[in-house]
Design a protein around this ligand. Structure first.
Ligand code: SAH
Length: 246
């Protein structure tokens, strides 16, 4: 794999399919990665699996790729959302990138009472999700939704989607892994993980979250983690217990 360029394209992929390149893609492939005519690369579009393709035409502002054969079938991620309060720019970028690598279907930024980050650039977050998918071999790109207020999201929460509520107030409490493993046989279906902001959850938020049937409050060990660490830790536990790492 190393050295082979892997590119996300918004174009149908299939045997013999030609893919015209946009200026930015041509710049990346020919200017940055220095691919020449005949060079091989891998393409995916989130629907048709991964395809081995070849450079057919090189241009400064464009070019053409041709699909040769499918190298990987389309695979769906587990139906898992990561619901997170945006933190500082670099840490938010880290959360998006790691969530894609760990395997989620959907990223939902939420504004909580104590969220005090700079405005989240959803367009940038979407580009980071694409880059992470290109790099990690996923055949899909998780969606990044527009930020929403946590209270609004909970008003409309689909009752069948279980919510792993990572609550810093539970730190030191019983093991999240044991709790998730105990759910293994009866908790198939959609899930979400909720990670709070640097300032944590407010008492009213905590009380409301604890009142729902779909909520599973958990501790991530005895220490308080930074939000980005908590996101990776929670994704690891969920993936190992209930997701596609099993
Ligand atoms: N300022 C808060 C900590 C916030 S940490 C305080 O000092 O209490 C940011 C987020 O990471 C939390 O809202 C929670 O979702 C998650 N988190 C961090 N450590 C955790 C732990 N030990 N258990 C569960 N969740 C944790």
């Amino acid at each position: 794999m190393s050295g082979t360029v892997r590119l996300y394209v918004e174009h149908p992929l299939g045997q013999g399919q030609t893919i015209p390149l946009e200026r930015a893609q041509a710049h990346y492939l020919f200017g940055v990665m220095r691919l020449e005519a005949g060079a091989e690369l891998l393409l995916f579009n989130g629907a048709d699996g991964e395809w081995r393709a070849e450079v057919a035409q090189v241009g400064k502002r464009g070019g053409v790729l041709v699909c040769r054969e499918q190298s990987r079938a389309q695979a769906a991620p587990p139906d898992l959302w990561l619901v997170f309060a945006p933190v500082k720019k670099a840490q938010t970028q880290f959360i998006v990138e790691k969530a894609v690598e760990m395997g989620v279907a959907h990223l939902q930024p939420v504004l909580t009472e104590f969220t005090n980050s700079e405005r989240l650039r959803v367009d940038k977050a979407r580009l980071h999700a694409i880059e992470a998918a290109e790099q990690c071999g996923a055949t899909y790109v998780p969606e990044v939704a527009e930020p929403q207020k946590l209270s609004r999201l909970l008003d409309q929460w689909p009752a069948e989607r279980r919510l792993l509520f990572c609550d810093e107030a539970q730190a030191g409490g019983s093991s999240a892994l044991a709790g998730l493993l105990a759910l293994r046989d009866r908790a198939a279906g959609p899930w979400a993980i909720l990670i709070g902001p640097e300032g944590g959850f407010s008492e009213p938020e905590r009380a409301r979250l604890q009142g729902f049937d779909f909520t599973h409050p958990v501790a991530l060990g005895p220490r308080i983690l930074r939000a980005e660490t908590a996101a990776v830790a929670a994704l690891t536990l969920w993936q190992a217990a209930l997701g596609d790492w099993q």
